[in-house]
Design a protein around this ligand. Structure first.
Ligand code: NAP
Length: 449
């Protein structure tokens, strides 16, 4: 969908006008393209005294072919990323280290640069004072995300003690252009399960099978293409009425099409049989199909309530249960389940009691299921998109649409590929340490921030 304001603000005369009026100027975001390096310039790596991640980070960054600069390096050019190991901060006094490191450098970040802070999950920090300091990192990163300009973003990674070997996938995602529309978020990396080695970071799903529901258009179409790019055979599912578009998507991504209404009583069994007989099982399941039927609660009829809950929540629960059932489940060991929630499900939204209820329910599913299936190496996560440019948001009335686009730190709507990259991050075998989480892909929307 066209964002005319963004085009105007980045044109010569439009840019002049926008600057004079003090209006936001949405930076064209850098997005990942085949062959791109993980990080597009030098990385300054700093850390508090006694941190446990600085050395592993140095090695990981070198393995990514990044140029790593020490904080006291004379001059290595403008940094594309500032990475700070805050695990050594054990009390609020130590928080000045954040100021000391970032104050001098934050304004030198290149456009679409990255600010990444790594800490310890507060409850595992070892003392009350350390827990306080580690929790404080969240306020720092969220505020820095709101101050950054020109498409730069901020991230906090909570790395559990012992999870140092599980952090690479998350570090790659947050540093790279794959996380273009994610900012001010906290991702947690645990180290309890084994992390499979990733031979090829450009095709981590090679040989795997992925299912994407609602794949005929919008976000689902791009999720299918992105998982195919990453090496998976993608089973693209959508309602029979979308059959022609669905088959075209499946052909384009070298996958296969399955016409199915996910709310049909027999849908879970039909799906499970299809995946088992045609593919021997499935490795990645992306529940993306969703609908809106917006009305304020007093004006919403029961059919609109039921339809939204049926598609957005109940169908997901029913399919998931069947795919996990039995001694030889259709979702294989090491599998990945990704739900598509929404920032509406986190913050609520006028006219969306039905939608927000369903999307919040998905978060409940993720949180309840993740510990239940961790023994099989399966992870369960959700993406929570904000305003993404699709047919769904094109139908939103003009003024609400403009507000949705601008009320975030990046002053623009996201693209379907931004959600797809977050899904691909969760889907990767290397993301084994990331489960039970909800990642907002919203440009740090003010809604529920
Ligand atoms: P979209 O363009 O409307 O695509 C959704 C697809 O799901 C459509 O092809 C739709 O088919 C299909 N679908 C609906 N009901 C189905 C059913 N019963 N069985 C199988 N397929 C069904 O939506 P989108 O904008 O790409 O959104 C994708 C997901 O992201 C949704 O879950 C949505 O709630 C979520 N999301 C989107 C945004 C955003 O800004 N776009 C923000 C937050 C969350 P029909 O033609 O029948 O509708």
């Amino acid at each position: 969908m066209a964002d005319r304001y963004q085009r105007l603000a980045n044109s010569g005369p439009g840019g002049f006008l926008v600057r004079r009026l003090g209006l936001p100027r949405p930076e064209p975001l850098r997005r990942h393209e085949a062959g791109d390096p993980v990080v597009a310039g030098p990385v300054v790596l700093g850390g508090a005294e006694g941190g446990r991640l600085r050395q592993p980070l140095r090695e990981l960054l070198k393995a990514m072919d990044a140029t790593v600069l020490d904080p006291d390096a004379a001059d290595g050019g403008r940094p594309a990323a500032l990475v700070f190991d805050a695990t050594g901060i054990s009390g609020s006094d130590g928080l000045t280290d954040l100021h000391a490191f970032f104050h001098q450098r934050i304004r030198s970040l290149t456009p679409c640069g990255r600010l990444v802070v790594l800490g310890t999950p507060p409850e595992q920090a070892g003392s009350t004072a350390a827990a306080v300091a580690q929790r404080a990192l969240e306020g720092f990163v969220r505020s820095a995300g709101k101050e950054l300009r020109r498409g730069a973003t901020a991230h906090l990674l909570h790395v559990a003690p012992g999870a140092e070997g599980a952090v690479e996938s998350t570090l790659r995602f947050t540093l790279s252009a794959r996380s273009a529309y994610v900012s001010g978020q906290v991702l947690r990396v645990d180290g309890t399960g084994a992390v499979p080695a990733t031979e090829d970071w450009d095709r981590p799903l090679s040989g795997g099978v992925a299912l994407v529901t609602g794949a005929s258009r919008g976000i689902g179409e791009v999720v299918a293409a992105t998982l195919a790019r990453d090496g998976a055979h993608v089973v693209c599912l959508d309602v029979p009425a979308q059959g022609a578009e669905l088959r075209a998507v499946a052909t384009r991504c070298g996958g296969s099409a399955l016409e199915l209404d996910v709310t049909a009583p027999e849908a879970p069994q039909t799906l499970a049989e299809h995946l088992r007989t045609e593919h021997g099982g499935v490795d990645v399941v992306v529940h993306n199909a969703g609908i809106t039927r917006d009305r304020t609660l007093g004006r919403m009829d029961a059919d609109h309530w039921k339809a939204v809950i049926a598609v957005n929540l109940t169908s997901v629960e029913r399919m998931t249960e069947v795919l996990l059932a039995g001694d030889d489940p259709v979702l294989r060991d090491g599998g990945r389940l990704v739900c598509t929630s929404s920032i509406s499900g986190i913050a609520g939204n006028v006219g969306q009691t039905n939608y927000a209820t369903g999307k919040a329910g998905l978060i409940g599913l993720v949180e309840a299921l993740a510990p239940r299936v961790s023994g099989r190496g399966i992870t369960v996560n959700a993406v929570a998109p904000g305003f993404i440019e699709t047919r769904m948001t094109a139908a939103v009335p003009l003024f609400i649409r403009e507000a949705g686009r601008r009320m975030n730190s990046l002053n623009q709507g996201g693209q379907p590929v931004d959600v797809a990259e977050a899904v691909a991050f969760f889907a990767a075998p290397g993301s084994a340490g990331v489960s039970g989480q909800v990642l907002r892909v919203c440009g740090q929307a003010l809604l529920g921030a």
